[in-house]
Design a protein around this ligand. Structure first.
Ligand code: SF4
Length: 438
């Protein structure tokens, strides 16, 4: 089935995803194969969904009818042996509906046929090693590294756009980062996206012996704790600098969710419609500079990039962030999880949440605005809609804080902010309060 890309809300610009059978490339680090080793596509359900596209009232059907692109796929390679025979007819159907697609792939079978079907699209092509022997150990049934550079050439020659995913990135797998970037750019890549290796405990428990040997104990340990070895920082900045020197579209969305990140703009150049990511807001704040930001700043940045007028069961966008977060997020804001919501409500939920990943509260240059009352109590400052304010200040990267008290924190625009709050309080007073005493 093609689903709304629930788990990637505010992270991935493409809002729909098609997952299929377990990917036969069998990369030893594949989070999807480790999570669900035996998954299988319900082909009948997929074809039914596509046949009845105009009769369905699901979020996915509505987004498809609005011609948002479909990512194929975050969890499988569409050109792996286990999937390409499904990929090609599905591409034909989507083309018939004029629904665009975006590929995430290491190449394989049926690429030439796919190029005859689809309009110019974005190809996210993964390259994360430089040694063919290592590639064979880590990605035993995948394609050769050389064939991936050929894939970049083949698709760009036909007018498609390529983002190279260095995913997952491990310094030992890429001893010469400058060369890797130069080789990709020479082949035609225009954008890079970088993401670290990370594992949960359950995923580690599912790594087969062959995978453990290929990865090595030390790499698994670091990935499990979300840590990096000592050489990572220098190596990462070499990689990022090499990419940024040649291209403007580069970044590491999940490893450094506090730096400006422009790679997502690349999607807006390829597709008419994409979803916003948290980086649209972060980049806007970096461009405007340190100061106090309100829910209207967030809403006015994000909402124009989301479909308006939707009301439906949006709980999956939150539930997929882990049940614990979902329950907390709803209780934080005293919302009924069963109530129908629109994207406006999701934006409010994210802005106001201390627990949801990718909320401003989770990004280092942001801190909630508080003030100290004459009683000595510290309280969060809310706007007229009970939404908190955040200070955005890159200086907070050096000393991250959850909250800053405006009585002791210097940031641009404080005086104007106090005037605005005072005006709002005055406007809220009943009319008689404003009349002079007789
Ligand atoms: S190509 Fe992607 S989806 Fe397939 S096994 Fe490798 S990491 Fe997983």
């Amino acid at each position: 089935m093609i689903e709304a890309f629930f788990g990637e809300f505010l992270a991935h610009p493409v809002p729909l995803e098609l997952s299929m059978n377990r990917c036969s490339h069998n990369c030893v680090f594949c989070f999807a194969n480790l999570n669900q080793p035996t998954r299988k596509l319900d082909t009948k359900a997929l074809y039914n969904q596509l046949r009845k596209l105009y009769d369905l009232d699901t979020i996915a059907a509505r987004l498809m009818r609005e011609r948002y692109p479909v990512c194929i796929s975050n969890r499988v390679d569409p050109f792996a042996k286990s999937n390409y025979e499904t990929t090609l007819p599905v591409l034909e159907i989507l083309r018939g509906y004029n629904i665009p697609v975006m590929f995430q792939t290491r190449g394989g079978f049926g690429v030439k046929e796919a190029l005859d079907i689809v309009e110019p699209s974005l190809w996210y092509i993964s390259i994360n090693q430089q040694d063919e022997e290592l590639r064979k150990r880590l990605e035993p049934q995948s394609t050769t590294l050389e064939s991936r550079y050929e894939l970049i050439r083949a698709v760009t020659e036909q007018g498609h756009s390529v983002q190279v995913a260095i995913n997952p990135m491990v310094p030992e797998w890429i001893p010469d980062p400058e060369k890797l970037i130069a080789d990709c750019v020479e082949a035609g890549a225009e954008s890079f996206i970088l993401q670290s290796l990370h594992f949960s405990r359950d995923q580690v428990a599912n790594i087969p012996e062959r995978g453990r040997e290929a990865l090595g104990v030390e790499t698994i340990k670091l990935a499990l704790g979300g840590r990096q070895n000592e050489q990572f920082e220098d190596w990462y900045y070499r990689l990022e600098k090499a990419a940024s020197d040649q291209l403007c579209h580069c970044g590491a969305p999940f490893d450094f969710p506090h730096e400006p990140f422009y790679a997502n703009n690349f999607y807006k150049e390829v597709y008419d419609k994409v979803f916003p990511t948290v980086y649209d807001f972060l980049n806007r704040c970096y461009a405007a500079g340190p100061g106090i930001y309100s829910f209207s700043d967030w809403y006015n940045t994000m909402m124009p990039l989301l479909p308006a007028g939707y009301a439906g069961n949006m709980r999956s966008y939150i539930a997929v962030q882990r049940k614990r977060y979902a329950d907390l997020a709803f209780s934080e804001q005293e919302m009924n999880p069963k109530a129908y919501m629109g994207y406006e409500d999701l934006l409010a939920l994210w802005w106001n949440s201390e627990v949801l990943p990718r909320s401003p509260a989770h990004m280092l240059p942001f801190a909630i605005v508080t003030e100290t009352l004459h009683t000595g109590d510290t309280v969060v400052v809310y706007d007229e809609n009970d939404m908190p304010y955040y200070v955005f200040d890159p200086a907070l990267l050096e000393s991250p804080r959850i909250a800053v008290d405006l009585d002791e924190y210097e940031v641009a625009g404080i005086a104007a902010f106090y005037d605005q709050v005072a005006e709002a309080i005055e406007a809220e007073q009943p009319a008689e309060d404003n009349e002079p005493a007789s």
